[in-house]
Design a protein around this ligand. Structure first.
Ligand SMILES: NC(=O)c1ccc[n+]([C@@H]2O[C@H](COP(=O)([O-])OP(=O)(O)OC[C@H]3O[C@@H](n4cnc5c(N)ncnc54)[C@H](O)[C@@H]3O)[C@@H](O)[C@H]2O)c1
Length: 344
């Protein structure tokens, strides 16, 4: 079988994972990298021996030897690039969120349907082992019907103040909340119909990052489940890991606890530093990339190769975007927002 020509647009922290997987997977030929910061793209291209490098997405997308692209630009910069790719008949793996406006998300999903190309949104927690187990237990009926979900996914201050240069143009609701919304929808198989959210501000704005510190959102689902989702961007920087992820799913016949992510099974203590290593998301097993964040990208290649059915669709991206928009609107107006078909 001939290889699938692929490109990556945005090769920052996360786009690099896309590029590395495509460079390793024998089914893909990594033809080109694109980043507004050309030097960033060039140094990765040199390491991975990628022949084409550009700071123009149009130039990458005009290449006929590219059939599929990953888009890993900042949260607010996905729509235009996804539309450009789809208009040129390319398959798209888009980082989450699909868009930061519901109308834009719908526009991208509709365009992909009409063009007959694959559009996947990279909600990689559907490949995260603890949540795969939770989903399997729910589907087996171990806890009866889910009634209440409490999910907390938060980062230390370092993420919005040091890691992401663009945090002030996004929010923790987009960056982390969208993952939780996707998980809640996937675990229950139900849609969010009502959202009530409260945000806190002050810590980040005082540090010059104009975005809320946290969101606490109560989501009512179409099957009666209630989910409380907490996303905070101001955990203390002395925490051993930058991410903290935990959940409790209470059903009619029992409950499931998902312990703190990344399970902190491997810690390194050296001098004043105590770090927990992430053994689940991305790691190398004797040179082969593994981890759930890699499995998600590999799934896109599986789908393009005809080896799997798409697990996270453009419509999933639309729904997550609609719910985050409802969360933001609820914070703005101070009351619950109904997610009718017409909203927003
Ligand atoms: N960092 C993470 O842990 C993580 C995890 C999962 C998903 N994501 C998602 O991945 C996306 C990227 O996040 P990141 O952390 O890699 O950000 P980043 O800032 O490290 O990288 C983004 C890159 O995109 C480039 N870029 C911006 N606009 C562009 C354009 N129009 N054309 C070409 N390049 C452009 C920037 O120069 C930058 O190098 C976001 O949507 C984020 O939510 C990030």
């Amino acid at each position: 079988m001939s290889q699938i020509g692929v490109g990556v647009i945005g090769v920052g922290i996360f786009g690099e994972n896309h590029a590395r997987l495509y460079a390793q997977d024998p089914r893909t030929d990594l033809v080109g990298l694109c980043d507004l910061d050309l030097s960033r793209a060039e140094s990765l291209a040199a390491e991975l021996r990628v022949p084409f490098c550009t700071d123009s997405a149009g130039a990458l997308l005009d290449r006929e030897d590219i059939q599929a692209v990953s888009i890993a630009t900042p949260d607010f910069a996905h729509t235009e690039l996804a539309m450009m790719a789809i208009e040129r008949g390319k398959h798209v793996l888009c980082e989450k969120p699909l868009a930061t406006e519901a109308g834009e998300a719908r526009r991208v999903a509709r365009a992909a349907d009409e063009a007959g190309v694959t559009l996947m949104v990279d909600f990689h927690n559907r490949f995260n082992p603890p949540y795969l187990q939770a989903k399997a237990q729910i589907d087996e009926g171990s806890i009866g019907k889910p009634q209440l979900i409490h999910m907390r996914l938060s980062d230390t201050l370092y993420v919005p103040t040091g890691m992401l240069s663009w945090a002030g143009k996004s929010s923790v609701a987009w960056f982390l909340g969208s993952h939780c919304i996707d998980l809640v929808r996937w675990l229950t198989g139900a849609e969010v119909v009502r959202a009530y959210s409260k945000a806190g501000t002050g810590v980040l704005t005082r540090r010059g990052v104009d975005t809320p510190d946290f969101f606490v959102s109560t989501l009512e689902l179409s099957d009666g489940t209630v989910a409380v989702v907490e996303n905070c961007w101001i955990l203390g920087d002395s925490a051993p890991a930058v991410v903290e992820f935990r959940a409790q799913i209470v059903g009619s016949e029992g409950h499931i606890n998902v312990g703190v992510f990344p399970h902190q099974v491997v810690t390194v203590s050296s001098g004043d530093e105590h770090r927990a290593l992430d053994v689940l998301a991305v790691q190398s097993s004797h040179g082969r990339l593994t981890g759930f964040a890699i499995e998600s990208i590999r799934h896109f290649v599986d789908v393009l190769s005809g080896e799997a059915e798409l697990l996270v669709t453009g419509q999933d991206g639309v729904e997550a975007t609609r719910v985050v928009c409802a969360i933001e609107e609820s914070v703005r107006v101070g009351s619950p927002v109904e997610l009718t078909d017409a909203w927003p």
